[in-house]
Write a protein that binds this ligand. Structure first.
Ligand code: CA
Length: 419
């Protein structure tokens, strides 16, 4: 992971508070007005770097990667090259953008694009999507609202609880979301009603993306899991609480969750967040053997959620951290595959809402406003219990260490009325 060297500087100007210093080098897919073909890119400062052009210019010559891998609407083929190759690619990009190296500098006009002039696209083709439920504080908060005497179900500390979600409606940041229509049972009513969801919520989550396939029957151990996880994104699991409340017994979330999820456009590699490993939470009772692991699998990554009104007033309503996860990504993937379920490049696993222990760190409006009993004040004087039409919900995330700030960009989505 030479690319992570905190002493590196780029010949491309990078602002101090940028999400994309030379130590980040995430992967994404973009297009421009002058060239509408989607292609693979990375980011540096306020610029997008066209990796298809870099490869065409033979700047990755020794890696021998087909042009097709970069001239591609998705990162699936690139990720499937395997960690050894994609790590070497990231290291090579770091060398090419390093201020001590001028071999690519004169060619910059071929591959550098101002970020505000490009369109970022969905970075991966998501074949399957799974959502976990791995924050102890979130599970306890939600459980205590619906089951005050018994907030945490008996399996929760033994199983990384999850469900299989919907891949077709995962969209990239910037894509508007329509408020879902659906069936709900109003308090005191005798029959359910049909109409727009009145309790539209976000869920602050991180998603990890699978880079390598497995065969059916194969189990990924916690020790192997990081070889299969290409990187992470911000993930907003939009949720309709009133639809959820009526439908979730007995089989769990269905239409309350399947209408939309929003991800950030950049996949931050697991390598890039390596410096932010931190102590794991204590797991008591001890999990079964297949869920045990060695080393630090928890990451100190700051997370925020802001709501922006139609008129542009923005309020930060949540400050949380990825370190609040009880079950880590390696345990989640080991559990996911322990029965022999195979995974494919592009599959996405979301963490579950990441709430911390304090009220300011709750990762959903359900918890922040405690089912609407404590509305949030917006800077324009209005209040929110849940999300209004015209509101934009923005997730942000970053880690910081040794003077290097690795940012995630944004996962933003504006809510529109139902179609
Ligand atoms: Ca969720």
């Amino acid at each position: 992971m030479k690319a992570n060297d905190p002493t590196r500087k780029s010949w491309v100007e990078v602002a101090k508070d940028s999400d994309f210093p030379i130590q980040n080098l995430p992967f994404g897919v973009f297009r421009t007005a002058s060239n509408p073909s989607p292609r693979v890119c990375t980011a540096i400062g306020d610029n997008v770097v066209d990796l298809a052009v870099m490869n065409y210019l033979d700047l990755f010559e020794e890696l021998e990667i087909d042009n097709e891998v970069f001239n591609n609407p998705y990162l699936n083929q690139l990720m499937a090259l395997g960690k050894t190759k994609t790590r070497a690619l990231r290291d090579r990009i770091a060398d090419l953008l390093d201020e001590r190296n001028d071999e690519a500098k004169d060619l910059a006009w071929h591959f550098l694009h101002p970020m505000d002039k490009v369109e970022m696209l969905m970075p991966v083709q998501v074949g399957d999507y799974t959502d976990f439920y791995s924050s102890l504080d979130h599970a306890t908060n939600v459980g205590s609202m619906f089951r005050p005497d018994n907030p945490l179900l008996p399996n929760w500390k033994h199983i990384p609880v999850g469900y299989h979600g919907r891949a077709s409606s995962i969209v990239v940041s910037g894509t508007p979301i329509h408020r879902p229509m659906g069936q709900t049972m109003p308090d005191g009513a005798e029959r359910p009603v049909f109409g727009p969801s009145r309790l539209l919520d976000f869920e602050l989550e991180m998603g990890f993306v699978i880079g390598q396939p497995t065969k059916m029957g194969q189990r990924i151990t916690t020790a192997e899991a990081e070889d299969y996880i290409f990187g992470v994104v911000l993930f907003n699991d939009w949720s309709a609480r009133d639809i959820q409340k009526w439908e979730y017994v007995p089989l769990g979330p269905f239409l309350a969750k399947n209408f939309a999820s929003t991800i950030s456009p950049w996949i931050i590699t697991l390598d890039a967040i390596d410096p932010f490993r931190t102590d794991n939470p204590k797991q008591d009772p001890e999990p079964l053997d297949y869920l045990k692991f060695d080393g630090k699998k928890t990451y100190d990554i700051s997370l925020e959620v802001a709501i922006r009104t139609e008129a542009g007033a923005e309020a930060t309503v949540c400050r949380s951290n990825f370190k609040h996860m009880y079950w880590n990504m390696c345990q989640q993937l080991a559990h996911h595959t322990v029965g022999g379920c195979n995974v494919n490049p592009g599959d996405m696993c979301a963490s579950g809402t990441i709430s911390g222990p304090e009220p300011g760190s709750y990762g959903s409006m359900l918890e922040i406003t405690w089912r609407g009993t404590k509305p949030v004040k917006m800077p324009d004087g209005t209040e929110r219990k849940f999300i209004n039409d015209g509101d934009t919900v923005i997730l942000r995330g970053w880690g910081e260490k040794n003077g290097v700030r690795i940012g995630f960009g944004e996962a933003a989505g504006k809510v529109l009325p139902p179609l």
